[in-house]
Design a protein around this ligand. Structure first.
Ligand code: PMP
Ligand code: GLU
Length: 397
């Protein structure tokens, strides 16, 4: 069978693949600790579930307008005004099947064959492949652990060309947990002011910050970029709603309209009754979000403490999201069962096969020599999994 070049040019999502492998092992009765997927372990808040059940009961089970019902779009607009100081009209908002879908539609709407999109490394695994699926070329801007994984304005400037159609910003970052400061965002904004590309800010981890800072995105420091900035967000991480598939994008009307056409001809609306649940989440206050953030913070501190005591594993302070992105380059030359570990990919394999703990290697995030551990799991699992990682480190010679 002929498979398209587009499909052949991309990889399965490594985060989802490792999670699936760990789940399959658990299903076989193997006691695997999974630090794979970035997925909160908490249940979706009760009032959100109730709203979906009520909507199904009331027969709210038909197609809706492609970008979401007006009530949902108004709730999203109100959220942006209340929490982010950003004003959007209903027509500047599209609700999507997860934030992933918003990003996908955005790249489809912006990128032509050969166009370039700037992606900051370490990056979330799906950005480069989504750009490729749209026919574009991801252009990677490297950052260093020493700089807190924050890109320098000069590095962004050097990557911009006359083919650059978009740049993707993600703070708090998956996988690094970096939270970009106001100064860093202002520096990047100054560079982008000199170019006409679209800016995509992926704010999905906005509520998960542990440094005491208030969340800001590029529009809070450079409102003049509003006409060419797309804000992407969703409820997967903040309201523990990964399986519901609810996200959105807010931005300039022409871009939202183009994304809507693409969505019209592909998925149509996101699930009708999920929209009612999303309204309940967006209008019901953030007390439940804050309770989860406090729990994540306890886990973050525990993981940092454990890694600090493991020779050869360096984990920079985690500012946000729920990932520890640990530098394991010092472990790679060491030997396990008579052979050099060699790479982060092999290290993750050994951890899964011999120590029954699933982590994601750094390479798929554009950061070989690192490993990502999601701490969106119970303290009990964290203790068990980190004990196993420690045994692995001790087994190296
Ligand atoms: N952006 C980032 C940085 C993510 O980590 C995720 C997690 N999958 C997403 C977007 C997409 O989230 P979802 O599609 O579940 O809303
Ligand atoms: N964003 C999460 C992660 O990085 C979920 C899996 C995915 O969609 O990649 O693990």
């Amino acid at each position: 069978m002929k498979i398209s070049r587009r499909a052949a040019a991309i990889q399965p999502s490594p985060t989802l693949a490792i999670t699936a492998k760990a789940k399959a092992m658990v299903a076989q009765g193997i006691d695997v600790v999974s630090f794979g997927a970035g997925e909160p372990d908490f249940d979706t808040p009760e009032h959100v579930k109730d709203a979906a059940v009520a909507a199904i009961g009331a027969g709210f089970t038909k197609y809706t307008a492609t970008p979401g019902i007006p009530e949902l779009r108004r709730a999203i607009a109100a959220k942006h005004e209340r929490e982010n100081g950003l004003k959007y009209e209903e027509s500047e908002i599209i609700a999507t099947v997860g934030a992933k879908h918003a990003l996908y539609n955005a790249f489809q709407a912006l990128v032509d064959e050969g166009d370039e999109v700037i992606v900051v490394a370490p990056y979330w695994v799906s950005y480069p492949d989504m750009v490729k699926l749209a026919g574009g070329q991801p252009v990677i801007v490297e950052t260093r652990v020493e700089d807190g994984f924050v890109p320098s304005p000069d590095a962004i400037r050097a990557a911009l060309t006359d083919r650059t159609v978009a740049v993707v910003l993600n703070s708090p970052s998956n996988p690094t947990g970096a939270v970009w400061s106001r100064e860093a965002l202002a520096g990047i904004a100054r560079v982008l002011e000199g170019h006409s590309c679209t800016i995509i800010t992926d704010d999905i981890y906005e509520h998960l910050i542990y440094t005491g800072e208030k969340f800001i995105n590029i529009l809070n420091v450079a409102p003049q970029l509003r006409d060419r900035t797309l804000v992407v967000n969703g409820l997967s991480k903040s309201f523990s709603m990964t399986g519901w598939r609810i996200g959105w994008a807010a931005g300039p009307k022409p871009l939202i309209a183009a994304m809507q056409k693409i969505q019209d001809q592909s998925t149509s609306n996101l699930t009708s009754f999920v929209q009612k649940a999303a309204i309940a989440a967006l209008t019901g206050g953030n007390a439940c979000v804050e309770r989860m953030r406090v729990k994540f913070d306890e886990r973050r501190q525990y993981v940092q403490k454990r890694f600090a005591a493991m020779p050869g594993v360096e984990c920079a302070p985690i500012g946000g999201a729920f990932y520890a992105f640990a530098d394991v380059r010092a472990l790679c030359p060491k030997h396990y069962k008579g052979q050099a570990v060699g790479s982060d990919t092999r290290l993750a394999e050994i951890l899964l096969e011999d120590f029954l703990v699933a982590v994601v290697p750094g390479a798929p995030f554009g950061a070989p020599g690192f490993m990502r551990l999601s701490f969106a799991t119970s303290m009990e699992q964290l203790e068990k999994g980190l004990d196993r990682i420690e045994s692995f480190v001790q087994a190296l010679s």
